[in-house]
Write a protein that binds this ligand. Structure first.
Ligand SMILES: NC(=O)C1=CN([C@@H]2O[C@H](COP(=O)(O)OP(=O)(O)OC[C@H]3O[C@@H](n4cnc5c(N)ncnc54)[C@H](O)[C@@H]3O)[C@@H](O)[C@H]2O)C=CC1
Ligand SMILES: C[N+](C)(C)CC(=O)CC(=O)[O-]
Length: 321
């Protein structure tokens, strides 16, 4: 039995406070929640402080919820303390299956009964992660996109032993917390968006490995090309327009046969040292002296501009409802 309605949640625990956990902390603070974070790494509290303060100007532009404040963040000394009063738990620890299994079991043991616990995993099925927990029914995947305080999407899915009620509760909670939710019916490998991104990324790495394109060319090909369309119209509808007045049916009749070759030749590239070094060096070259903090600020402003231009800032959504 889940002890609280999604609309009534005030206190959230974020476990693991790196890139994604810290981003979740910023998001929940911006939406006016009390947040307790825990991360075992030395210096994690200072790093989290820098991340959240860095995100705050972007959150201001999005529009802070009433009462939202950095003061609502508490950093706990232990995992048990972090979740003791939690009404929802978001786990964002490193992507290692054994670690997730043990951590989710620990969280399950320490969190008040029935409270839903979500994992940010970017690919493990919950069925594989919930094996050690005494109450696996409350464990769900809530897969965010970086940074969680700006990119609306969360993919929600349960495992074989997750209660349907927990999946429905988590989906509703994320919506109340300002996210855009896709609730998946089954444990699709890679979820939906990452499966698509992985296909693109696999081809990008092939092209770098084969010397067919530079890192800069790959990025420009998306930001100057299809990426402009994808911010507001997905790959299905944009390709329907490729069929002119005949729409998707004509597109498939026209281009389907010629796509058979690219669809069937794709295999994973070998991520060897040469490719690793080429990708890292290519990113450094493309950054052209901009630090990670510069790039984060540039990305955040870019996402806000796109959300504003497409009428998807929270205050714009309210005005059109
Ligand atoms: N980086 C990304 O773009 C995305 C990552 N994710 C997922 O989010 C999760 C976290 O990834 P990142 O934030 O990128 O990693 P990260 O390495 O930036 O952060 C992980 C944090 O977990 C902490 N940690 C280590 N052991 C822990 C434990 N036993 N319990 C709690 N915390 C522990 C580390 O000290 C670190 O601060 C992963 O499951 C990843 O797949 C999901 C979407 C996007
Ligand atoms: C790189 N990644 C697979 C961890 C990315 C994600 O999971 C989602 C995102 O932010 O693109």
């Amino acid at each position: 039995m889940i002890p609280i309605n999604p609309e009534e949640v005030r206190r959230v625990a974020c476990i693991g406070a790196g890139v994604i956990g810290g981003g979740w902390v910023a998001h929940f603070l911006g939406r006016g929640y009390d947040v307790t974070a825990w991360d075992p790494a030395p210096g994690a509290e200072q790093r989290l402080g820098r991340l959240v303060e860095g995100a705050w100007p972007a959150l201001r532009q999005l529009g802070l919820a009433e009462g939202a404040s950095l003061e609502r963040l508490t950093v706990a000394a232990t995992l048990e303390e972090a979740v003791a009063d939690a009404q929802f738990v978001q786990e964002s620890a490193p992507e290692k299956l054994e670690l997730k299994r043990d951590l989710l079991a620990e969280l399950d043991a320490a969190t008040p009964p029935g409270v839903v616990i979500a994992s940010s995993t970017s690919g493990y099925p919950m069925t594989d992660m919930q094996t050690e927990a005494a109450d696996p029914g409350r464990l769900v995947v809530g897969h965010p996109f970086n940074p969680p305080y700006l990119i609306p999407l969360v993919e929600v899915v349960g495992g074989e032993r997750t209660d349907d009620a927990a999946v429905a509760w988590a989906s509703r909670f994320y919506e109340v917390a300002g996210k855009s939710v896709i609730t998946m019916k089954s444990e699709v490998p890679g979820f939906i968006a990452n499966r698509l991104q992985e296909a693109l990324w696999r081809e990008a790495l092939h092209m770098v490995a084969n010397g067919e394109a530079t890192v800069q060319e790959i990025d420009d090909s998306i930001t100057e090309g299809p990426g402009l369309r994808w911010a507001f119209m997905g790959p299905m509808l944009t390709f329907a327009l490729a069929g002119g007045e005949g729409g998707m049916a004509h597109m498939l009749d026209h281009f389907g046969p010629s796509l058979k070759s690219p669809w069937t030749r794709l295999e994973a590239p070998e991520l060897d040292k040469k490719l690793y070094d080429a990708v890292v060096a290519g990113c450094d070259e493309e950054a052209a002296g901009r630090t990670i903090a510069d790039l984060v600020a540039e990305r955040d402003q870019g996402v806000i501009d796109v959300l504003r231009a497409t009428g998807r800032l929270p205050q714009q959504r309210k005005e059109t409802q």
